[in-house]
Design a binder for this molecule. Sequence first.
Ligand code: ZN
Length: 102
Amino acid sequence: MAKRLQGPKGKEINEIVDRCDRCGGELMAGKTTLEIWSGEELLVIKDLSADVCRQCDEAYISAEVSVKLDHFLAEHHWCRPERYIAVPQYSAAQAMGNSGKI
Ligand SMILES: [Zn+2]
């Protein structure tokens, strides 16, 4: 049984079958990178094993990976990150209008 992890907090998990539930495409074994908000922190977890849609690249992680990920998210503060990356943040006003344009 495969499960899907989605949403910015990685909390919404829906069961899926062998086909992409977004486009109906075929899934194949691959890797995905997840971005997950944990409180005020944005965590990036690279190269997780996942089933990836051939058509739209939507990734689905297994129940096993999902459980391990939940454990990691509860205890990640004990683990030194591989590296830190800078993430640009924009306001809605910048994204929707002209303010902030150079
Ligand atoms: Zn798809």
